[in-house]
Design a protein around this ligand. Structure first.
Ligand code: B12
Ligand code: SF4
Length: 587
């Protein structure tokens, strides 16, 4: 089977053996997903060392495509992994980057460096990658692709003057044409399909997407170029987390026809959907299982469930594969409000359903977010169905949009408390470049910061007429504490083991998380485990003794205060744990 799969999809190893003097070499660099200012900040509560990363599917797809259709060697340098595992505080970024490039590439030169910038926070690394790359590899062409450069080309060239060109949208075909070009710079200057250059911007040439319409034409991603051990999940949400799991992300379709105002996906993948055939999806699953030992699959499609027949077909085949299935970036609730779909999902390996609920208010869903569903009863019914099938539900919410009233935000918070989700993740509306929300905020002049690094789902970056940024950040943080810990659904309904999943995860990621320890103790108490209960309580008391922040939250929510002076505890000006704030996915 393994060889069959290899041959069928042109995957992979054999191509590097085609060494010849004409062989080209492309180095893809994935910048860290944390702002550089946090990376270099000596404060350990910043997100350094706390990087959530998953297999970089974009560059793996490009790598597979180039290797199939051209005589190209591909190397991938994911700086998330190197920063997390090798960088020490105080290190010089450029020197570290250079060392990583040299180590990764070894002997030989590079023809093209491709920077993959799918997130706004990648902005601060662009110039260093381009300029260090140009110093290290003579005559190299540096291009950048992904959502950030596709949406903000002028800004990207301003921040990264050493970048030669920007790939607009999906990069498979544009990059293949570039690698095959006799004169790369001339090709970039003349080709607008898929490319943007400084010259084309000055000449106001409109770039055009260059999509692969039949997704089955793209071979399996070049998985052999990454080490799956480096992507052992850092959260329980993005891949099940335990020693035995090996996780891979899957993208089985591209594009989404909907118009959600906070979303930028269409600017890269378009609103016209394209799908891998079910057979091809299962082939890739089997390949990953057999060759890389993958047993947890994170489906990252924008809208996997939209094509019901295809989805059910894939689930049916997956049910024979004995794998765990996750949808970390949210499932469309309105496509799963029936037991047939939920049974199929469960049989395919779903244990935790992640629901893209976004708001509990119909007017906000319809008029503000432009969501494709507006009936909150659907959410209530789906949660009920999931519960009946013993499936865990966690829900995504977003608040803080222009046009959403304070009362509507309160209603969404109440909805998140009262619907019976096992866990919630609440984000602040963040105007990502390329989204309608970004355009609206720019037009109304209500962006608090124009710095791309401040486009973060836990930091308020939209000026609202009813609440200050600090109030919004506090509301987000405190709602998270209240719903997930103080009023935890499982703890209140006699399911302490299930409650511990979330508490332990939070405690592991943020060792000083007083609430995680206190409510773990409550769960152990229900389980009759006195020893673990005492350990957790001791950690709780230690945390509130050492941290005025946690003591403040403990007082605010009426948790016991021993070893601290109650009168001195300030319950105002609480800021939360830095890391808790940075990573929207934490709790
Ligand atoms: C998987 C994923 C993640 C993973 C990381 C993925 C990784 N390691 O690469 C994790 C979980 C870490 C993640 C986190 C977040 N994500 Co996310 N994520 C995705 C998701 C679902 C899939 C990305 C993907 O692999 N796509 C499949 C591949 C094939 O497409 P691609 O990556 O876009 O690559 C293609 C092109 O961009 C281009 N390209 C890319 N790189 C390059 C390089 C070169 C040289 C060239 C030529 C072309 C090129 O060609 C590729 C092939 O066609 C997208 C949604 C989407 N539809 O893409 C959101 C998306 C990228 N995420 C988004 C958001 C908002 C976030 C979070 C802020 C969420 C949160 N609340 O915390 C965080 C931010 C993380 C951070 N560090 O800042 C937004 C965009 C954000 C932005 N522009 O800043 C997206 C678009 C979702 C959306 N609907 O708006 N995410
Ligand atoms: S948020 Fe999801 S459903 Fe809405 S437009 Fe984006 S990808 Fe589509």
């Amino acid at each position: 089977m393994q060889n069959g799969i290899h041959k069928k999809n042109g995957a992979t190893n054999g191509f590097d053996k085609l060494k010849s003097k004409d062989m080209k070499h492309v180095l893809f660099v994935v910048p860290p997903g944390v702002p550089m200012q946090d990376l270099l900040d000596p404060d350990p509560s910043k997100s350094f060392g706390y990087i959530v990363s998953s297999i970089p599917m974009g560059v793996l797809s490009l790598g597979g495509y180039l290797r199939k259709h051209s005589n190209t060697k591909v190397t991938i340098l994911d700086m998330n992994v190197h920063v997390r595992d090798e960088m020490k505080r105080g290190m010089d970024w450029n020197a570290f980057l250079k060392e990583c490039m040299l180590k990764k590439v070894g002997k030989g030169n590079i023809d093209i460096i491709g920077i993959s910038a799918i997130f706004n926070v990648n902005a601060s690394y662009l110039e260093s990658i381009a300029s260090v790359g140009k110093k290290v590899f003579s005559g190299v062409t540096v291009v950048a692709g992904g959502g950030l450069p596709s949406n903000l080309p002028e800004e990207v060239f301003r921040l990264g003057p050493s970048i030669d060109a920007i790939a607009y949208g999906e990069g498979e075909r544009p990059l293949l044409n570039l690698i095959n070009a006799k004169d790369r710079i001339q090709h970039l200057e003349t080709e607008t399909k898929g490319w943007i250059t400084k010259k084309s911007l000055i000449e106001k040439k409109k770039p055009a997407h260059d999509f692969v319409f039949d997704l089955d034409e793209i071979p399996f991603k070049s998985y052999d170029l990454v080490d799956f051990k480096n992507y052992k999940n850092l959260t329980r949400y993005h891949g099940e987390k335990n020693q035995q799991t090996v996780t891979a992300s899957l993208m089985t379709s591209r594009g989404c026809p909907y118009l959600c105002n906070f979303c930028s996906s269409h600017t890269v993948h378009s609103r016209k959907m394209r799908f891998n055939s079910p057979g091809r999806v299962i082939d890739e699953v089997r390949y990953l299982k057999e060759v890389h030992g993958v047993n947890v699959f994170c489906i990252e499609d924008d809208l996997f469930l939209v094509h019901r027949k295809r989805a059910l077909d894939i689930f049916e085949q997956l049910s024979k594969e004995n794998v765990t299935l996750e949808f970390p970036n949210g499932m469309s609730v309105f496509h799963m409000n029936d037991d047939v779909m939920i049974d199929a999902l469960k049989a395919a390996g779903l244990k935790m359903a992640t629901l893209a609920v976004e708001s509990g208010v119909e007017r906000v869903l319809r008029d503000v977010m432009k969501k494709p569903y507006t009936d909150s009863n659907i959410v209530i019914q789906v949660v009920e169905r999931l519960r009946r099938k013993n499936l865990y539900s966690r829900a995504f919410f977003v608040v803080g949009f222009p046009g959403e009233t304070k009362e509507e935000i309160r209603q969404t918070v109440d909805f998140s408390k009262n619907t019976g989700f096992n866990w919630i993740i609440i984000s602040l509306a963040s105007p990502i470049a390329g989204s309608d929300l970004y355009e609206e905020c720019k037009q109304k002049g209500i962006l608090i910061s124009e710095s791309l690094e401040d486009f973060n789902f836990s930091r308020a970056n939209i000026r609202l007429d009813h609440s200050s940024p600090e109030e919004m950040e506090a509301l987000r943080y405190e709602t998270t504490l209240e719903v997930n810990f103080v009023d935890n659904y499982d703890l209140n309904h006699g399911a302490p083991k299930q409650a511990l999943i979330g508490f332990k995860d939070a405690a592991e990621r943020i060792p000083a998380h007083a609430f995680a320890h206190y409510f773990s103790a409550k769960a152990y108490e229900q389980l009759g485990d006195k020893k673990e209960m005492d350990i957790s309580m001791a950690k709780y008391y230690d945390s509130i003794k050492k941290s005025v922040q946690w003591a403040g939250y403990a007082k605010k929510f009426g948790l016991p205060l021993i070893g601290v002076d109650n009168k001195k505890i300030d319950t105002k000006n609480l800021k939360g744990d830095g890391r808790f704030l940075v990573d929207g996915a934490v709790s």
